[in-house]
Ligand binder design. Structure first.
Ligand code: 4NP
Length: 159
């Protein structure tokens, strides 16, 4: 790879799906030995949880798969992120619409739905916040699978 790649995961609150994606994808990147070549971050479209750590249910589900996200802190998406990151990867269609509103004004990296990189028949990573424990497991399953595809895309684009 010639130039480091940068990836930003975006959800609504930055306390469930996108910090999980950040942690899981960092592990995938480390396993591939590419930790110095891929920069990873996450954020939320809302300002609701700025400065807070991930939801404890997300932390617990991630730890069971060997991923520690306890140190992450929520921040809000800004238009500058579209100039900074090579990939702006969103979890659902509402995130896509919200980021695209800013992209239309600002330009920069066009946001993409995360699950486009995977083989799931789902288009969106469902919001687990108001549901039960199963939702957090499903989020991890979807993220692990799409993360593999995203890494393939990065390896091809930044080869
Ligand atoms: P996330 O989940 O977007 O995956 O972080 C949510 C977290 C908090 C809320 C909604 C979704 N909330 O309504 O506070």
């Amino acid at each position: 790879m010639s130039k480091p790649a940068s990836v930003l995961f975006v959800c609504l609150g930055n306390i469930c799906r996108s910090p999980t994606a950040e942690g899981v994808f960092r592990k995938l990147v480390e396993q591939a030995g590419l930790q110095d070549r891929v920069h990873i971050d996450s954020c939320g479209t809302s300002n609701w949880h700025i400065g807070k750590g991930p939801d404890l249910r997300s932390q617990e589900a991630a730890v069971k798969r060997g991923v520690d996200i306890s140190m992450l802190k929520a921040r809000q998406f800004t238009e500058k992120d579209l100039d900074t990151f090579d990939y702006v990867v969103v979890m659902d269609r509402q995130n896509l619409a919200d980021v695209k509103d800013i992209w239309h004004q600002n330009g920069g990296t066009q946001p993409t739905l995360f699950l486009e990189y995977g083989r799931s028949s789902l288009a969106e990573v469902p919001d687990p916040y108001f549901g039960g424990e199963d939702g957090f497991e499903e989020v991890l399953d979807l993220i692990e699978e799409a993360g593999e595809g995203l890494l393939v895309d990065i390896k091809e684009r930044f080869a």
